[in-house]
Design a protein around this ligand. Structure first.
Ligand SMILES: [Fe+2]
Ligand SMILES: [Fe+2]
Length: 330
């Protein structure tokens, strides 16, 4: 195993603290200052999928019958009697397939976001730090996508096929990079906040188990903290400048985007349900009518919800959509 991977694993992982804008100074200056810090961190603390992960090291090998892939008892599906009654190899295979599915969803999300960021960057003037950081983010997302896809490849697990309808819809999201960047950054937070929450929870409970998964999560958490800081700060500075009409449009779209993405990130995709014949009532027990899971979804979006409140995006009509999507605390 390479020394890079070994030392990374031996380090006691401390999740990065999210960078925030200095609210006491002029907002534009604070934003530029934050972008400078993010650009510098993107140079000094960065990872590459095929340089910093020793994919061929013996301890990094992935095998579907490895019990370390089994879902923990506090996982919504892992807690069900149905899951507990499955044979050992099925339990570990489901756990691995869920992580592979999560990686695949992550790389699709990142591909769409990156297309949007490239469009956003294209509209920026010379010397723009937004241009520079958007490119740093695209580079980081590209390495995340490479590492997620490599994990999927090595897992040998089936992942869903992308439909042409999905590709068409995703192009519309990417277009927001030029037509309505605030919408793109809400989309960014809708995917990044839930992924980040799940990965940080995994680290804090030390329940990740396999060193490859642990390293992937560590790399991802470190770099996503920058992306989340960029999206939040862009929104904090620019949403107050939107017209009434655009503000209203954003307020209604936000809970729809956040609801769709958090489901994609936190529930098993259809193909996994079909592959393992997971009964509908088990899915219901684990995800649909499970107060603990609902609380996790709400908690994973707590930061973006507070941001939406602060930015005046929580009018009555919007709150109704937040509630319908199960995104508000009871
Ligand atoms: Fe990422
Ligand atoms: Fe990201």
């Amino acid at each position: 195993m390479s020394t890079t991977a070994t030392s990374a694993l031996n380090e006691r992982f401390v999740p990065p603290v999210e960078e925030t804008m200095d609210t006491k100074s002029d907002p534009e200056a604070a934003y530029q200052n934050l972008l400078e810090r993010l650009c510098s961190a993107a140079v000094n603390k960065r990872y590459e999928a095929f340089r910093d992960i020793d994919w061929d090291a013996p301890e990094m090998q992935v095998s579907a019958d490895d019990p370390r892939w089994e879902l923990a008892k506090d996982h919504p599906l892992g807690a069900t009697e149905w899951y507990q009654s499955q044979p050992d190899e099925v339990r570990s295979s489901i756990g691995l397939n869920l992580i592979a599915g999560f990686c695949y969803t992550g790389r699709i999300f990142e591909g769409i976001l990156s297309r949007g960021l490239l469009r956003f960057a294209a509209t920026q003037p010379h010397n723009s730090l937004e241009y520079r950081f958007a490119y740093h983010e695209v580079i980081e997302e590209a390495h995340h996508s490479l590492m997620f896809q490599e994990f999927v490849n090595r897992s040998g697990m089936p992942v869903p096929t992308i439909t042409s309808e999905f590709i068409e819809n995703s192009s519309r999201v990417a277009e927001f990079g030029t037509s309505f960047p605030a919408m793109l950054f809400i989309y960014a937070l809708g995917g990044e906040d839930p992924i980040d929450y799940i990965q940080r929870e995994g680290h804090s409970k030390e329940s990740i188990g396999h060193p490859l998964n642990e390293l992937i999560s560590k790399i991802h958490i470190t770099e996503e903290a920058r992306h989340v800081a960029f999206a939040r700060s862009y929104l904090s500075l620019n949403v107050p400048k939107l017209s009434e009409e655009k503000l209203h449009e954003l307020s209604l779209a936000a809970p729809t985007i956040l609801g769709t993405l958090s489901k994609m990130m936190m529930q098993p995709p259809e193909h996994i349900i079909a592959t393992y014949n997971i009964p509908a009532e088990v899915i219901d027990e684990a995800f649909v009518n499970n107060p603990a899971h609902s609380n996790t979804v709400v908690a994973s979006l707590a930061k973006v919800r507070k941001l939406c409140e602060k930015l005046g995006l929580m009018n009555d009509e919007a709150i109704k959509i937040w509630r319908e999507n199960g995104l508000l605390p009871e």
